[in-house]
Design a protein around this ligand. Structure first.
Ligand code: ADP
Ligand code: ASP
Ligand code: MG
Length: 813
């Protein structure tokens, strides 16, 4: 004897029902009971029809008409034309009955739970009768079982409790007396002793099947559904969820209680008591192994089996000084809740005994508030207890596993993972069985939370990083090609999976949670929406993806002005843009504090020396306890290029133009030539070294004539041409002294300055070619010889690799 249950999707239409028939066919030599759900979605529609009728909305008729058509169409497709009529008339007859009931509801303007159960029972009654008609048509012996006569419940309509003694006897007698090998039964539907139709709770067909399996001491219960088994998390939320091969009854029960919809929670108990193995299998992939639920010795198996969540949770907090040490408070709280049949999902009591927190369904929150405040009326009026606090829009997220109790550190890991993604935990509970740890978090965070925990506990293979990139110019373009090129390497060597989930330039923005195709991003960007910075940021925040990194490769002040919003949501920021770090000290400091507070990296290595490890080196020195005595540096690739190429034979303006054309300068080259860019860089280094410096604290001895700063960029070139003699003089003066010209930035004793200097041949800066940068750190440990960082300090490729390195750092792999 074997019981097979097929869910709503498995019987959604004639084509799917054929698959069900094929699966049942495999067991034709065994005695089997096939329990089926209503055609997918039908129960919801029946509920809708009933509610509409009760609200005096005539459109209930359209809902019923559509349902009738769907059932008739299914029967017509499934059955040979010549053998349809009896089934079709049965369906029509049932819809007449339904029409009558709904009309009554419409007239009375009222829908009792009892009538509602009558209405929704039609879903399963019809689906099972259509299947029976199929077997009748092919003349396969079978029996349709009316579960209203076999499963007897109390009159708790909508969620009726089974009288097992009676039910077991009825099922056994009915099935034993029949010679048939194939029994068909509607799931979900039962009746009271008096014959009033009841239902077993939403998703209750699983339970019907378990009741049959237990009563008949079946060899197996098979739950056939639309996924490959019980999975490590809800596959609709976690694309990497894996099928669980084998799981204990208790774990399966715990997972389903905490929201894993694949099995209706009460299902496990009856089969567990009888030690009947349960298979969860996929109707659409019958060859896949599925999940086996059975008794597993508690020393075997994974530590964590799965993660599940329940939404629409409200958290009740009962607090007050009067609660300390007085016994009976919790008892009174729970009695009050029980008096209204309010189901308690999770309980925590603080060790100070100051408060008790209870999670319940949001639908019960108003009722709970009323009944609890009434129960503690005296204590509330004399100030010993506060009125019940109710918070809504919450979810419970749970980790489940039998082995948890013997492995310390699980909850630590759980809360660290949630915390590092900015997910605030409102309450925590560990079941007394120590088979689950559950936490109450905001509903807005639950999808992210499930993914974060799944990654921590199941995805040893890869860590997923979700990037949002702004600025797709030269450097941005190079970064994207480097990301595309390194994808495989990062997966293999760092176990890092990088996905660009959003991109924006000044015109368009595009979001794609599954990742933008990095080989085709320019085309994909065409399909984006017009760029609006606020909307871009809001979308990133609302997407609430885990391990999110915002990458700013613009030179835009507005973009630099939104980092704080992202960091405060635990989104890491990688900035190539120098504006934030060189803005007033207060903003720089705010960003640093947010980064620490929300555990989100704020990285900007490329602000100084492009891809050169300048800031990283300085930070490493400081973190290891070294102290900076001075920093001396040539930090402008542009200026270095200009002075390396200018010897008076070509006009100075022409050399500057060449630097601009080759992409080494800021869009307005005066930012480089005038020294502002170098000031920013030395200020950032000084700030990183702990100095509270502003731009106006830095001395800048400019070599440009004052008139060069007036007007447009074109005017600037004209002015430089006019002052060619000045530039030539600067060069000659240095050359006569055997020196080269370098624009040097220095920091020592709390002061920073920038300016053109004569560099003699023996100096570290003398042999500095092309657009190279050099930084000399003199520190307590590097007192005699400085620590030198030298190399290309500008260029799209090296800058992009610097940004890339920051992204990897942000991943904390
Ligand atoms: P049926 O109609 O067959 O009873 P359900 O919709 O009730 O199917 O349950 C199957 C669905 O449960 C799956 O499609 C999946 O989306 C959802 N689900 C939630 N959590 C899990 C989980 N841990 N494992 C598998 N499926 C899950
Ligand atoms: N048809 C019922 C429901 O949708 C029972 C079930 O499918 O298990 O809740
Ligand atoms: Mg179900």
């Amino acid at each position: 004897m074997r019981v097979l249950k097929f869910g709503g999707t498995s019987v959604a239409n004639a084509a799917n029902i054929q698959k069900v028939i094929a699966i049942a066919e495999q067991f034709k030599n065994e005695k089997i009971v096939v329990v089926i759900s209503a055609l997918g979605g039908v129960t919801d529609e029946l509920i809708k029809a009933g509610s509409l009728a009760a609200e005096k909305d005539e459109s209930y008729k359209e809902v019923l008409e559509a349902l009738e058509k769907r059932h008739l169409d299914t029967a017509k497709t499934l059955l040979p034309v010549t053998l349809q009529s009896s089934c079709l008339s049965k369906v029509k007859q049932q819809f007449n009955e339904l029409d009558e009931i709904c009309e009554g509801v419409y007239r009375l303007n009222e829908l009792s739970l009892r009538t509602r159960d009558r209405i929704i029972s039609f879903g399963e009654l019809m689906s099972s009768q259509i299947l029976a008609a199929y077997y009748a048509a092919i003349q396969q012996p079978h029996e349709w079982l009316d579960t209203r006569q076999l499963i007897t419940t109390n009159n708790h309509f909508g969620f009726a409790a089974v009288d097992f003694a009676l039910t077991n006897r009825q099922i056994q007698e009915r099935v034993k007396q029949s010679p048939a090998n194939l029994f068909l039964a509607p799931g979900f539907v039962a009746a009271t002793k008096e014959g009033h139709t009841t239902t077993l709770g939403r998703g209750g067909s699983d339970y019907t099947a378990a009741i049959f399996a237990a009563a008949l001491q079946a060899n197996a219960l098979e739950i056939w559904t639309d996924v490959n088994g019980m999975m490590t998390a809800d596959p609709r939320w976690v694309p990497n969820a894996k099928t669980i091969d084998q799981i204990s009854y208790q774990e399966a029960m715990e997972l389903s209680h905490f929201g894993a919809k694949v099995i209706y929670p009460p299902t496990i108990q009856p089969v567990m008591n009888k030690k009947i193995p349960v298979w969860v299998k996929n109707t659409f992939q019958p060859q896949a192994a599925g999940t086996l639920i059975e008794n597993i010795p508690s020393s075997e198996g994974e530590i964590i089996r799965g993660i599940s969540s329940i939404n629409h949770i409200a958290l009740l907090s009962l607090e007050g000084s009067g609660m300390i040490g007085i016994p009976g408070f919790s008892k009174r709280l729970f009695e009050a809740l029980a008096s209204e049949e309010i189901n308690v999902i999770l309980i925590t009591q603080s060790s100070s005994e100051h408060s008790i927190c209870v999670a319940i369904n949001t639908a019960d929150a108003d009722k709970a508030k009323k009944v609890v405040d009434a129960a503690f009326e005296t204590e509330i009026s004399n100030g010993k207890v506060d009125p019940l606090k109710v918070e809504r829009n919450l979810s419970v997220i749970a980790l489940v596993g039998d082995q948890m109790k013997s492995h310390p550190g699980i909850s630590g890991k759980m809360f660290a993972s949630l915390g590092s993604n900015g997910i605030n935990v409102r309450a925590i509970a560990q079941g007394s069985s120590e088979r689950n740890i559950s936490a109450v978090i905001s509903y807005a965070d639950v999808k992210k939370g499930v993914n974060v925990l799944h990654e921590s506990f199941f995805e040893f293979d890869y860590k997923q990083l979700n990037l949002f990139i702004t600025g797709l110019g030269n450097v941005g373009g190079k970064l994207i090609s480097q990301l595309a090129q390194q994808k495989k390497y990062l997966q293999q060597h760092l176990k890092l999976n990088i996905r660009v989930a959003g991109m924006a330039n000044s015109k368009n923005m595009l979001f794609k949670e599954e990742g933008i195709d990095l080989h085709n991003w320019k085309e994909e960007m065409q399909t984006g929406e017009p760029m609006q910075l606020d909307a871009f940021v809001d979308t990133i925040v609302s997407k609430n993806l885990h391990n999110a990194v915002f990458v700013d490769i613009t030179a835009n002040a507005d973009v630099a002005g939104i980092y704080h919003k992202l960091l405060a949501k635990s989104i890491a920021v990688v900035a190539c843009n120098k504006i934030a770090c060189s803005s007033p000290y207060a903003y720089y400091q705010q960003l640093k504090s947010l980064s620490a507070e929300y555990n989100a990296q704020f990285l900007f290595e490329t602000n100084v020396g492009a891809g050169l490890p300048v800031i990283g080196t300085l930070n490493d020195l400081l973190r290891s306890g070294d102290r900076v005595n001075s920093i001396q540096a040539v930090l402008s690739g542009t200026l270095n290029f200009v002075f390396n190429n200018y010897d008076g034979t070509r006009p100075f303006a022409e050399v500057v133009k060449q630097a601009q054309d080759e992409g080494y300068t800021e869009p307005d080259p005066r930012l480089d030539l005038g020294g502002t860019d170098v000031m920013r860089k030395i200020m950032i280094l000084a700030r990183e070294a702990g100095e509270q410096l502003e731009m106006e604290d830095i001395t800048n001895t400019s070599f440009l004539p004052a008139s060069c700063f007036d007007g447009s960029v074109d005017d600037f070139y004209n002015e430089m041409a006019k002052h060619e003699a000045h530039f030539k003089a600067l060069y000659n003066e240095a050359a006569t002294a055997g020196c080269k010209l370098k624009f040097v930035a220095s920091y020592a004793d709390g002061k920073a300055q920038v300016g053109l200097q004569h560099i003699p041949a023996a100096h570290d800066f003398y042999h500095l070619y092309g657009k190279d940068n050099i930084v000399l750190f003199r520190t307590q440990r590097y007192a005699e010889q400085p620590l030198v960082v030298k190399g290309a300090g500008a260029g799209a490729d090296v800058t992009a690799s610097g940004v890339f390195a920051d992204i990897i750092r942000a991943a904390k792999v």
